[in-house]
Design a protein around this ligand. Structure first.
Ligand code: ZN
Length: 411
C-alpha cells in the first residue's frame, strides 16, 4: 500500500463529520465524543497490525514492533477545544496512520514505530493543558492542584478521569512509555500567519518560546482631579502607559522574533475624579533564546525605573510564571528541512509561540522536531480554522519523508 495523502484528508473529513457539529469540533478530552474519536482511531489503525495500549495517563499508543525495541514516535492529540477546528491536533494522528500503513506494508521496520494520541493536550475542560504528555515526560508536578480542579458542572478532575479508566495517582507511571524513544515527530497546523505571509506550505519548528510573565505595580498618590495642578501629580497610570508603549521598542531592539504584550492594566481608585493611585500591569515576554528573553525582562525593568523617576512614583515587579525556551534537536531539524524541500521546494524555520506536546517530550530528553503546515488566515481554536487541501497532502508526504529519514539515521 503506497502512501496516499488524499486518504488522510478524506479521513480527517470523516472524523469531522463524526465528532463535530455546525459550531466546530467537539472532541473535548474526557467526554463521550472524545472516546468516540479514540474508538474511530482504533478501527483505522487495526489493519496495520500495530498493537494498542492505553497508558496510565490515558495516552493511546499503537506499536508496530520493529527489529529493535528502540522506537520512533509520531504523536498528536485527538482532543479539541469546544467549537474547535477540524485539524488542530488530529492532523498528525491521522497523518501518522498513513505513515504507519506505508511502513507496515514494507515489512518489519529497523526500529519499532509508535503512534501516540496524547490525552488532554488542550486542557479545555479543567484548564490544565498537556496532561498526558507531561505525565509521560515525568514533568507533571501539580497532582495536588489537579486533585482540586473541577469542570463547569462541579465534577472533579479525578472523578472524570476515573470514568475513562485513569487513576490520577498512578498517571506518572506513563513515564515508562518514553524509555526506548529514539526520536519524536509531530506535525501540526501553524495556528499563526507566518507561513501564509511567506506563501510557503510548510516550515520546520526550531522550538517553543520561553516565557516571562510579570505583574508590575505602580504606586502614585490619589488626588482630586479638579484641585491638583498638572505638575503636582503622582500618576501611577502614567508609568504603566509609558511602559506599555516602550515594550515595542524593547522587542524591536532585542529582535529575532521577540514579542512583548502588556495584556491588562487595573487602576485604583479607578474613578473619573481621581488621579490613579495604583496601576497593576500585566506583562508577557517571549523569546526562543534564553539570553535574549532575559534581556527583554532586564530592559523592561530598566525602563520602568526611568519612568518611575520621571513621574515621581514607585514601581514593584513580581514574576507570575516563567518557562525556559525548549529547543528541538539540531539533527532532526536538518532532516525536517530536507524533507520539506523535497516535497515543497522551499522550507522555512520558525519558532512556535504556543506550547505543544512536543515540548514536553523534548524536555524529557527525547530528540524531537515539529513540522508546521500553513494555517489559512492564521486562525485556530475556531470552526474557521482551515488549511488548503493540497497543503495538507504535502504535509503528510513531508512527515513520511521525515519518518523514513529518521528511521535510517537512527537505525
Ligand atoms: Zn494542538
Amino acid at each position: 500500500m503506497p502512501l496516499d495523502p488524499s486518504r488522510t484528508v478524506a479521513e480527517l473529513e470523516e472524523l469531522r463529520a463524526l465528532t463535530g457539529n455546525d459550531d466546530g469540533a467537539q472532541r473535548v478530552a474526557w467526554t463521550d465524543t472524545w472516546e468516540q474519536a479514540r474508538a474511530w482511531l482504533r478501527d483505522k489503525v487495526q489493519p496495520t497490525g500495530a498493537v494498542e495500549e492505553i497508558d496510565a495517563a490515558g495516552n493511546q499508543w499503537f506499536t508496530l514492533q520493529g527489529a529493535s525495541d528502540r522506537a520512533l514516535l509520531i504523536g498528536g492529540h485527538m482532543d479539541s477545544v469546544p467549537n474547535g477546528g477540524w485539524l488542530d491536533g488530529c492532523l498528525n494522528v491521522v497523518a501518522g496512520i498513513e505513515v504507519l500503513r506505508r511502513i507496515a506494508e514494507e515489512g518489519t521496520p529497523p526500529l519499532t514505530v509508535r503512534l501516540v494520541s496524547w490525552a488532554d493536550e488542550e486542557g479545555a475542560r479543567f484548564g490544565r493543558s498537556l496532561f498526558g504528555s507531561s505525565a509521560a515526560a515525568g514533568s507533571m508536578r501539580d497532582q495536588d492542584e489537579l486533585r482540586r480542579l473541577t469542570d463547569r458542572d462541579g465534577i472533579a478532575l479525578p472523578d472524570a478521569l476515573r470514568e475513562h479508566g485513569v487513576d490520577l495517582d498512578g498517571a506518572l507511571e506513563a513515564r515508562s512509555q518514553l524509555e526506548n524513544a529514539a526520536a519524536y515527530l509531530e506535525l501540526h497546523i501553524e495556528q499563526g500567519p507566518v507561513l501564509e505571509a511567506l506563501d510557503l506550505p510548510l516550515g520546520v519548528v526550531l522550538g517553543t518560546f520561553g516565557v516571562e510573565r510579570s505583574r508590575i505595580t505602580w504606586h502614585g498618590q490619589a488626588a482630586h482631579a479638579g484641585s491638583t495642578p498638572m505638575d503636582a501629580r503622582r500618576d501611577a497610570l502614567a508609568g504603566a502607559a509609558k511602559l506599555a508603549l516602550a515594550i515595542r521598542g524593547i522587542a524591536g531592539e532585542v529582535g529575532d522574533g521577540a514579542v512583548c504584550t502588556s495584556g491588562g492594566v487595573v487602576c485604583r481608585p479607578g474613578i473619573v475624579t481621581s488621579v490613579v493611585e495604583t496601576a497593576e500591569q500585566l506583562l508577557d515576554q517571549r523569546h526562543l533564546d534564553a539570553a535574549k528573553l532575559a534581556r527583554l525582562l532586564e530592559l523592561a525593568k530598566e525602563a520602568s525605573d526611568r519612568f518611575a523617576a520621571e513621574e515621581n512614583i514607585t514601581v514593584d515587579w513580581e514574576r507570575i510564571w516563567n518557562i525556559e525556551p525548549i529547543l528541538f534537536d539540531g539533527e532532526l531539524i536538518e532532516l525536517a528541512d530536507e524533507s520539506i524541500r523535497e516535497v515543497a521546494g522551499a522550507s522555512h524555520r520558525l519558532p512556535s509561540g504556543p506550547l505543544h506536546d512536543a515540548a514536553e517530550v523534548s524536555r524529557a530528553g527525547v530528540p524531537t522536531v515539529m513540522l508546521f503546515v500553513q494555517s489559512l488566515r492564521g486562525l485556530s481554536h475556531t470552526k474557521l480554522e482551515d488549511t488548503k487541501r493540497e497543503h495538507l497532502e504535502l504535509s503528510v508526504l513531508a512527515l513520511d519523508h521525515l519518518a523514513s529519514k529518521t528511521l535510517a539515521a537512527s537505525a
